[in-house]
Design a protein around this ligand. Structure first.
Ligand SMILES: NC(=O)c1ccc[n+]([C@@H]2O[C@H](COP(=O)([O-])OP(=O)(O)OC[C@H]3O[C@@H](n4cnc5c(N)ncnc54)[C@H](OP(=O)(O)O)[C@@H]3O)[C@@H](O)[C@H]2O)c1
Length: 234
C-alpha cells in the first residue's frame, strides 16, 4: 500500500498515563523534549490526533519555532503541517483552534454517517479559516483508509500525536513505522487517567518485538525510539 512513513509520538508517566483526570493538560515533558518534538513536526507533512484530544486539549498543532517555519518555507513547503482529526461521530467543535490556525488546512476522517455532521459543523466556521475537508474513512474509521487518503494528498511523512484511542488504532493496525516515547519521571496513579494504549491485538509481542533504536536522557525525561516496520534506516 502507498502510505506515508508514520511516526507515533507520545509523552507518558512511568505508569503509562498520558494525562491525569484534572481539567488542565498534565505536563509530561520538558522544554528540551518540546523542542525535539517541534523538529519532528517540522520534518513531517501532516499531524494527526483523535477527537478526544481535540475536546480535551484544543491543540493548535503548529510548528512553534520561527526558524523551523522559515526552513519549511525555504523548502517550498507550507510553514505548518496539514492537520488531521479522526472522529467516529463526526461531532467536532468548529471553533477548535486546530481549524482556525496554520496555513496547510485540515482533514476530518469520520464514518459515512459522520460526514454530514462534520461538514455542517465546519460550515459554521468563518470564511477566512484555512480549508478543511471531510472524508469517509470507514465505519469505524481505519488507519489504512486514513493513510491512503493522506498519501493521495501528497503526505509522505505523518506524525500521530494521540490520544490513547488513536494510538491503539494505529499501533494495532501494524502501519506505524516508528514510535517515540518520552517518559516523565513520575507516576500519575489515577485509575481513570487516560492510558498510552488500550487493550488490543498489537503486532509487537514477546515473539515479535520492536527494535530499540535509541534510549537517551533529556534532562529527567527518558526518550525511547523504536522501529516497528521495515521502513527507513536509523
Ligand atoms: N501525553 C501525550 O503525548 C498526549 C498526546 C495527545 C493526547 N493526550 C491526552 O489524551 C487524552 C485523549 O485521549 P483519548 O483516548 O480520550 O482520545 P483520542 O484518542 O484523542 O480520540 C478518541 C476519539 O477518536 C475517535 N475515533 C475515530 N476512530 C476511532 C476508532 N476506530 N476507535 C476509537 N476511536 C475512534 C472517537 O471520536 P468521537 O468520539 O468523535 O467518535 C474517539 O472518541 C487527553 O487527556 C489528552 O490530553 C496526551
Amino acid at each position: 500500500m502507498d502510505r506515508p512513513y508514520t511516526i507515533l509520538s507520545c509523552a507518558m508517566s512511568v505508569d503509562g498515563r498520558i494525562d491525569d483526570t484534572g481539567p488542565q493538560r498534565l505536563r509530561l515533558s520538558n522544554e528540551a523534549d518540546f523542542a525535539e518534538i517541534d523538529e519532528l513536526r517540522a520534518e513531517c507533512d501532516a499531524i494527526l490526533v483523535g477527537a478526544g484530544t481535540l475536546r480535551a486539549d484544543d491543540p493548535r498543532l503548529l510548528v512553534r519555532s520561527p526558524l523551523l517555519r522559515r526552513r519549511r518555507r525555504e523548502q517550498g513547503r507550507t510553514e505548518n503541517l496539514l492537520k488531521a482529526v479522526i472522529t467516529r461521530s463526526g461531532e467536532i467543535d468548529p471553533q477548535a483552534r486546530l481549524f482556525s490556525t496554520g496555513d496547510a488546512g485540515a482533514v476530518v476522517y469520520t464514518t459515512g454517517a459522520g460526514v454530514e455532521i462534520a461538514r455542517s459543523a465546519l460550515e459554521r466556521r468563518p470564511d477566512d479559516d484555512p480549508p478543511a475537508d471531510v472524508v469517509d474513512a470507514g465505519d469505524p474509521p481505519t488507519a489504512k483508509a486514513v493513510l491512503a487518503d493522506l498519501a493521495d494528498r501528497g503526505v509522505s511523512r505523518l506524525l500521530v500525536e494521540g490520544g490513547g484511542h488513536v494510538h491503539t488504532l494505529f499501533l494495532t493496525s501494524g502501519l506505524v513505522d516508528e514510535l517515540r516515547l518520552a517518559i516523565a519521571p513520575f507516576f500519575v496513579g489515577e485509575e481513570d487517567a487516560p492510558r498510552f494504549v488500550l487493550p488490543g491485538a498489537f503486532p509487537h509481542t514477546p515473539d515479535t518485538p520492536m527494535r530499540l533504536l535509541e534510549a537517551r536522557a533529556l534532562g529527567e525525561v527518558a526518550v525511547l525510539r523504536y522501529r516497528l516496520g521495515e521502513g527507513e534506516g536509523r
